[in-house]
Design a protein around this ligand. Structure first.
Ligand code: NIG
Ligand code: FE
Length: 415
């Protein structure tokens, strides 16, 4: 089956060079083709260019062809959301209300709420039910333009529950048209291990990680390296054990304090260091020249009223920045990447162009898929969205809370 998108008002984020990420000043330039065509074949982007070149592109005559007129509409590569926790048992609006009344996120967490609350609810839920709920969420983010998503475990905490979460993610990979990467997350110390940290570390390293690897249930390993959670030394041990088991690292770093999470990430060539609210000049210079993608999660900072990551300083220093939703029940109960773009512009001073790179190619890098996703290039997977009729691409972050997406195409198929 071949799809031909014609009369596209503007085809956005084309990258004939297929860069794996975009950094610093280059983030402010987005390449587009006005009045464009794009051909999809066998799940892939076969060709694209200005309309007057359409008839020069190769046609295979016996192909079934479907034409879509995109007059007045723009076409983008789907968002890649490189950081979510969208497998969970229940929402936590009671904590949201408690915070409105003055309690803090950290105080709720140390008193058995937060992650521990989610873990208890998850332990009580059957795998099938978890799967059904998570499928509803992934379908919803698909409709708001996300075509690839990383999903973490971390609400299990016990071997049994962590494996249950990862099996759910594994099933989702088989049932959802979105591209999914799975990550094992060492998220928190269960209450009964608070005074036996070494025992829990032993369980993580010598039981959970090898069992997960034996069933090939996780692509990556992640650790919450922050005040009140895992120390730098513990985080290093977890990343090292992950690497031994074939999983590249990612790190929840510097959200609640200057935790040293960035240095752990850089030292172990982690794919990404995420959150970064407490980032100093040394952290920025350590990230420069590293292979680790700095990833900012505006939804969590917005929802928890956190200090904001110094995004302008990071980009001006020459760093790439990725944006992700952090979709989870405690700190960011939304996976809408259009809204993440709005927050990034309004709160962090990013330009619309910078947010396009940050939500597509850079976030694709942060989940290890930027060779095949995250921009419009020949041979990349045809994960795209067609907007409604819009005046310019800046109207997407401008129209916060609206969904301007009309048609979603994943793996070359209209959804
Ligand atoms: O990325 N920061 C750590 N973990 C998650 C949220 C955990 C929760 O509150 O459920 C996050 O924000
Ligand atoms: Fe997270």
């Amino acid at each position: 089956m071949r799809l031909i998108l014609q009369n596209i008002k503007e085809l956005v984020q084309v990258d004939p060079k297929s860069r794996l990420w975009v950094a610093g000043k280059s983030m402010s330039e987005v390449q587009t083709v006005k009045n464009a065509f794009l051909i999809v074949q066998d799940e892939l982007i076969k060709d694209f260019g200005p309309m007057h070149k359409l008839f020069e592109s190769e046609f295979e005559a016996d192909d079934q062809v479907m034409e879509i007129d995109c007059s007045g509409k723009m076409v983008f590569p789907s968002y890649c959301d490189s950081h979510t926790h969208l497998v969970f048992a229940a929402t936590r609006e009671n904590e949201f209300v408690d915070r409105i009344k003055g309690r803090t996120y950290e105080e709720i967490a140390v008193n058995g709420g937060g992650i521990l609350n989610s873990a208890q609810l998850l332990a009580e839920m059957y795998e099938d039910e978890l799967f059904d709920h998570a499928m509803v969420r992934i379908e919803e983010i698909g409709l708001t333009g996300t075509g690839a998503v990383e999903i973490k475990s971390g609400y299990g905490l016990t071997t049994q529950s962590e494996m249950k979460m990862l099996r759910v993610i594994h099933r989702m990979k088989q049932h959802s048209p979105l591209m999914i990467k799975s990550t094992f997350l060492a998220h928190a110390f269960p209450l009964e291990y608070r005074k036996k940290r070494k025992d829990y570390m032993n369980l993580l390293i010598n039981e959970m990680l090898p069992m997960i690897a034996a069933e090939d249930l996780a692509d990556y390993v992640d650790v919450f390296c922050d005040r009140g959670f895992f120390t730098m030394e513990e985080a290093e041990q977890i990343l090292m054990a992950g690497i031994k088991n074939g999983m590249q690292g990612k790190v929840h770093a510097n959200e609640l304090a200057n935790s040293g999470g960035v240095q752990v990430a850089v030292k172990f060539n982690a794919l990404s260091a995420d959150h970064l609210e407490y980032l100093d000049d040394k952290d920025i210079s350590d990230l420069l020249g590293s292979e680790t993608m700095p990833t900012v999660l505006p939804g969590a900072a917005f929802f928890l009223n956190l200090k904001l990551a110094p995004v302008r300083k990071m980009i001006d220093a020459g760093l790439p920045v990725a944006l992700a939703s952090d979709y989870n029940p405690g700190s960011s109960p939304s996976g809408n990447m259009n809204f993440i773009q709005s927050l990034a512009c309004l709160k962090y001073g990013m330009t619309p162009e910078e947010t396009i790179h940050a939500t597509t190619i850079n976030s694709a890098y942060a989940m290890g898929i930027s060779e095949n996703y995250g921009s419009i290039a020949k041979g990349k997977v045809a994960n795209l969205f067609i907007t409604k009729e819009i005046s310019s691409y800046a109207v997407i972050p401008y129209s916060f809370g609206s969904n301007l997406i009309e048609t979603v195409i994943l793996n070359g198929e209209i959804q």
